[in-house]
Design a protein around this ligand. Structure first.
Ligand SMILES: Nc1ncnc2c1ncn2[C@@H]1O[C@H](COP(=O)(O)OP(=O)(O)O)[C@@H](O)[C@H]1O
Ligand SMILES: [Mg+2]
Length: 584
């Protein structure tokens, strides 16, 4: 419980630091609204006892006006408190989301290997949504309910102590029941939410990979999985509805019975002259006024633990530090482009190495093609050089400086990297190439696009560089996407260029064209190209053959062919493939 308290205190402090003024306004106006509306039964009581019973029209008029005034004040105040309470809650959850998200994307890549995307999305969206709802409830309903209970009880005590005590006891029982039922329903609601997000991810996964699904004829299986989960959701939602309708009406039943008793008992007291009609009316009004707040208080307490869990998870994301250790932060202005891997070992999982004792020295301006079967560690080697991951053993240097000591932004500014599956954002072509790097000018973008041989195509588009591309924009072909990504990597004119399987998803004709054009792209740069395709080796000064995390062969095309090793086998199978293509 202690730790709950700390997270809660932190949540409150955080919330107030983000938006204390909206919170304060909400509290003040909620209080005003409660005061005004709890006065109404008292005004009614005087209107009855001193006005109606005494046949005094002026008093009736006066208290009627008071009631009208109280209603106007409380309604206006509720408008203000509802608005400011929502501003408060949404302001806080907005801030929580931004902080959690911005800290999440700062993490190094191995962090994303450990969690699934779905886990983040649900953390960031659901948890902040729950907190927002709770804060909204807290800043308005909770204060409203507590004050209503206190003030209404006070007036009830002034009128009839014994009836007041009975009412309060029953009321506490009623709120306890609603607390218990809310606590029982809560986990079901969580289950239901979880299933909804599973269903969403099943659907979005299937649709995103629709080619695979259809290619493997998995439609029926996927539909079955989908409908099974949907049935679970249906069942659980029905259970929730059943429990809600049963338990939800219990407090009302209890208080209703109590009200009937008070009506009966109070009437007898009135006949005996121990209570006035106005008092009984007011008493009954307060009793009904208590009903809703009491069930709500129970609900808010039931939410408390879930909110603490959500808050803790979000704070965890906010507190995370990237596990790349920032060392001396040597800044790099311009480099020659010499790269050296020395005894480099690396594993995504501790002890399970996928890069084994790599030693590789690349001279400035040299073009290296790394070739090898899938899973041999080619992409990983490039990622280590980008410092997406930290090496386990050994070191990687650029111009003799250990990359761990280089300021990470400088490092990445000096290396143009084209990942295996470059992502095209749903923005303009210009933005897709410049990528928010403020120092990049329009001319830089055009120059890069020309070298990547995509400029002419862009010029044919109606909005040229301002054409929106990506998921909801213009659909680009594989080759065009690849060229945009190359332009993106080239645009800062980095000395080093890393291309990860640049032709892997292209048809033979596009592949040939791109390989030809890459020659100019690489001019004057140190380049490493990871690939499974023989076609790219013609760009290489030196070919490195990797297998199972190790460098197994090294040399020029002719040297490697003469060795009749792995390279030779890859080459022969490539020729075989070429023959088949020819035959068709
Ligand atoms: N994010 C990751 N988490 C765990 N293992 C990975 C990850 N990425 C790659 N691997 C594993 O590391 C090995 C090398 O992968 P990779 O460098 O992508 O090979 P290549 O690019 O040569 O196909 C493979 O066994 C692969 O399964
Ligand atoms: Mg790869």
């Amino acid at each position: 419980m202690q730790q709950y308290k700390n997270v809660f205190t932190r949540l409150i402090k955080f919330s107030l630091s983000v938006s204390w003024h909206w919170f304060t306004i909400s509290i003040i106006f909620t209080a005003i609204a409660v005061f005004a509306s709890t006065l109404i039964p008292m005004f009614t009581r005087y209107a009855i006892d001193e006005g109606i019973m005494a046949n005094n029209f002026n008093i009736i008029l006066r208290y009627s006006l008071y009631v009208l005034l109280a209603i106007i004040i409380s309604s206006l105040s509720r408008i203000v408190s509802a608005y400011s309470g929502s501003r408060f809650a949404h302001g806080v959850s907005h801030e929580l989301r931004i902080r959690a998200f911005s800290n999440t994307i700062e993490q190094s890549l191995d962090f994303f290997d450990r969690f699934t995307t779905g886990q983040f999305i649900s953390r960031i969206t659901n948890d902040s949504e729950r907190i927002s709802m709770f804060l909204n409830a807290m800043s308005r309903f909770f204060i409203n309910d507590i004050l209503t209970v206190i003030i209404a009880s006070y007036f009830m005590f002034t009128m009839n102590v014994m009836l007041a005590i009975i009412s309060i006891v029953i009321a506490i029982i009623a709120s306890y029941i609603s607390f218990r039922s809310a606590s029982m329903i809560r986990p079901l609601i969580d289950d239901s939410r979880r299933i909804v997000s599973e269903i969403t991810s099943i659907a979005s996964n299937d649709l995103a990979n629709i080619k695979t699904v259809k290619g493997l004829a998995l439609e029926e299986r996927e539909l079955r999985v989908y409908s099974d989960r949907n049935r679970d959701l249906y069942t659980i939602n029905i259970r929730i509805a059943r429990m809600r309708s049963i338990y939800g009406s219990m407090p009302f039943l209890l208080i209703g019975i109590l009200a009937t008793f008070i009506l009966f008992y109070g009437s007898i007291m009135i006949i005996r002259g121990l209570m006035s009609i106005g008092e009984l009316t007011a008493f009954m009004s307060y009793l009904f006024m208590l009903m809703f707040p009491l069930t709500m208080i129970g609900n808010i307490f039931a939410d408390y633990q879930a909110v603490i869990v959500s808050a803790r998870r979000l704070f965890e994301l906010i507190d995370m530090r990237p596990n790349i250790t920032i060392n001396n932060n040597i800044s790099l202005k311009s480099i020659r482009g010499e790269i050296c891997f020395r005894n480099v070992w690396f594993g995504y999982v501790k002890g399970k190495y996928v890069i084994k004792n790599i030693n590789l020295r690349i001279e400035p301006g040299e073009k290296i093609v790394i070739i090898g079967p899938p899973g041999s560690g080619k992409s990983t080697l490039l990622k280590l050089l980008m410092r997406f991951y930290e090496v386990d053993e050994g070191s990687i240097t650029i111009d003799g400086i250990d990359i761990r000591e280089i300021n990470i932004e400088d490092l990445r500014r000096n290396i143009g990297y084209v990942p295996q599956e470059p992502y095209i954002f749903n923005r303009t072509i210009f933005e897709n190439i410049a990528m928010d790097r403020k120092w990049i000018t329009f001319d830089d973008v055009i120059r890069a696009a020309k070298i990547a041989k995509i400029h002419d195509f862009i010029e044919t588009l109606p909005n040229k560089y301002n054409t929106i591309v990506g998921e909801r924009g213009l659909n680009l072909s594989g080759g065009q996407r690849q060229r945009i990504a190359i332009a993106r990597a080239l645009v800062g004119d980095p000395k080093i260029l890393l291309l990860d399987d640049p032709v892997s998803n292209l048809d033979a004709e596009t592949e040939k064209q791109l390989v030809d054009d890459l020659e100019e792209v690489l001019r004057g740069k140190t380049a490493i190209i990871a690939t499974q395709r023989i076609s790219l080796t013609k760009l290489a000064n030196r070919i490195i053959v990797m297998d199972n995390g190790e460098i197994v062969e090294e040399g020029t095309h002719d040297e490697l062919i003469a060795r009749k090793g792995l390279y030779y086998r890859i080459y022969m199978s490539f020729l075989g493939e070429g023959d088949r293509i020819e035959e068709r």
